[in-house]
Design a protein around this ligand. Structure first.
Ligand code: HEC
Ligand code: HEC
Ligand code: HEC
Length: 442
């Protein structure tokens, strides 16, 4: 009888241990899922309308299109064969399971800061929390010499800072959490830090603003955020949560996408930590942007002929939502004092006009690429910058044309062309040599 009880007890505690281990696994997977959201893995590895993380998302790079890979646990098409070590190396060193180098379109230079614990949680999630998908996405084929993946090893040697994250003992825990997130997982620098001609981030210009070819990711260093219009920690946290801030900012383009998919789904504590890191000294609360709700389009009988071309286009296309003088209308955003008008270039105004602004929640703005030509968009943008934003910054018709086409080609393409020319030259030399040998043999 006693034996029987003991066996039951043992079985019971075993079941308890098993369910405890199971609960721990589940917790690790949940944690990994959160980290995958914060790291916005889906931005590049999930194609709209396709299975999560099955890859195939086309990323335009100055060198040509790079396709993201399938990172579901499929053993044939994904990373199902990856050991935790191989997964860690892909994330932190940019080395794939087969030992070849990844292109830095995968932000491993930022993920290099991830702790072992976070990598383990991400691994648990991708192996156990994601559905395997056995479909191989389109393969990346860059032109010579960039198709030689081993050349990335040299690039890493030159530009990669693989030091793990170093907390700063003098700063608060919250600041350090923010530093860890900004430098690593949320990879703010991949957009906000300018790059050198080899596409590496310029460390001495960290977060000082960069063009993504089309949209411009502005300077978000404390010095810039404390300028005009000014940001407090509270506004930054608001902006990361909703895409709107009480200083009048609204987010568009890739920032809006990152907010919708990633930052808005992070915890309020993590967003607060990011704000604390970006603004180590909180700015004083500024006077709130004036409330623009429920104002009406002001009557205006200026004859059309007196107005500049830009003003006319503005009246006909924009005033119904942003009001005649840009002070906003019925809860739609004001352009007066909007931070986007206070930038070193007018690219984002022109981009908003071309593509529109499409938040997941709330009112959006249609794009005008179909209705307005480059000349009209330049005239309109210059009117908005000058007459509504009181800015001296102007945009040219050529720039609008380039933005419409997806941005300028990088000087690196020249390297490719030189590379092609060199390769062609070598092939021609080789053919001569072959011909020469044949002749001699005869
Ligand atoms: C900005 C875009 C981007 C983001 C964000 C991103 N990746 Fe990637 N990732 C890529 C691209 C592009 C590749 C393929 C690069 C190549 O072909 O060299 C890749 C490759 C990989 C690989 C190698 C897979 C293989 O065998 O080819 C892994 C693993 C991976 N990513 C995991 C992740 C995880 C986990 C996250 C989030 C923490 C993430 N990625 C976020 C763009 C991204
Ligand atoms: C995918 C590229 C991308 C990533 C990643 C990104 N940003 Fe941005 N960010 C942008 C772009 C583009 C804009 C301009 C948006 C606009 O004008 O509507 C912007 C605008 C901003 C602004 C508004 C600044 C101003 O003066 O108007 C802040 C603040 C900001 N980002 C903070 C961050 C932080 C913090 C992170 C990381 C947690 C981050 N961004 C990650 C592209 C990015
Ligand atoms: C249907 C209403 C509507 C019309 C018409 C409209 N907008 Fe907008 N616009 C919006 C809304 C709504 C937002 C903000 C979306 C959000 O909350 O993120 C916005 C945002 C913007 C922004 C900020 C983009 C950024 O970088 O964050 C600019 C600049 C802008 N509009 C300019 C214009 C101009 C110029 C026109 C005329 C060609 C125009 N809008 C027409 C509704 C409109």
């Amino acid at each position: 009888m006693a034996k029987h009880w003991k066996a039951l007890l043992a079985a019971g505690s075993l079941a308890l241990a098993v369910s405890q281990a199971h609960a721990e696994d589940q917790q690790l997977i949940k944690r990994g899922e959160y980290l995958a959201i914060a790291g916005d893995c889906g931005a590049c590895h999930t194609e709209a309308g396709k299975a999560p993380f099955s890859g195939g998302h086309a990323i335009a790079s100055p060198l040509g299109t790079i396709f993201s890979t399938n990172i579901t646990p499929s053993k044939t098409a994904g990373i199902g064969q990856y050991s935790e070590q191989q997964f860690a190396d892909a994330l932190r060193k940019g080395v794939r399971g087969d030992g070849s180098q990844l292109y830095p379109a995968m932000p491993y230079t930022a993920y290099a800061k991830l702790t072992d614990e976070d990598v383990a949680a991400l691994y648990a999630y991708f192996m156990q929390g994601v559905q395997p998908v056995d479909i191989q996405p389109e393969k990346t084929a860059l032109p010579f010499p960039f198709n030689l993946r081993f050349s990335m090893a040299a690039w890493n040697l030159l530009f990669m800072d693989s030091k793990p994250f170093q907390p700063d003992e003098k700063q608060s825990e919250e600041w350090n959490r923010g530093a860890y997130l900004v430098q690593g997982l949320t990879h703010c620098s991949t957009c906000h830090t300018p790059r050198n001609f080899l596409m590496a981030e310029q460390q001495d210009k960290n977060l000082q603003g960069a063009s993504l070819g089309t949209w411009f990711a502005p300077d978000i260093t404390a010095a810039a955020l404390q300028g005009k219009p000014h940001w407090t920690r509270e506004m930054l946290a608001q902006y990361l949560a909703t895409g709107h801030a009480s200083n009048g900012a609204t987010a568009g383009g890739p920032m809006l996408e990152a907010i919708d998919k990633s930052f808005s789904r992070m915890t309020a504590e993590d967003r607060q930590a990011i704000a604390t890191y970006l603004l180590p000294q909180d700015s004083a609360t500024a006077e709130p942007a004036q409330a623009n709700r429920w104002t009406l389009v002001r009557g205006d009988d200026t004859p059309q002929a007196v107005l500049s071309e830009g003003a006319q286009i503005y009246r006909n296309n924009c005033a119904s939502c942003h009001n005649l003088t840009g002070e906003g209308l019925n809860g739609l955003p004001a352009l007066q004092n909007h931070p986007v008008l206070n930038k070193p270039n007018a690219d984002n105004v022109a981009m908003a006009v071309l593509q529109g602004v499409w938040p997941e929640k709330g009112q959006g703005m249609i794009g005008f690429a179909g209705q307005l030509n480059d000349h009209q968009i330049a005239a309109l943008t210059n009117y908005v910058m000058q007459d509504i934003g009181h800015s001296k910054v102007q945009i040219s018709e050529e720039r609008v044309k380039s933005l419409r086409a997806g941005g300028d080609a990088s000087p690196l393409m020249l390297v490719s062309r030189i590379g092609m020319a060199a390769a062609g030259f070598i092939v021609v030399l080789g053919l001569f040599w072959l011909g020469f040998r044949r002749k001699n043999k005869r």
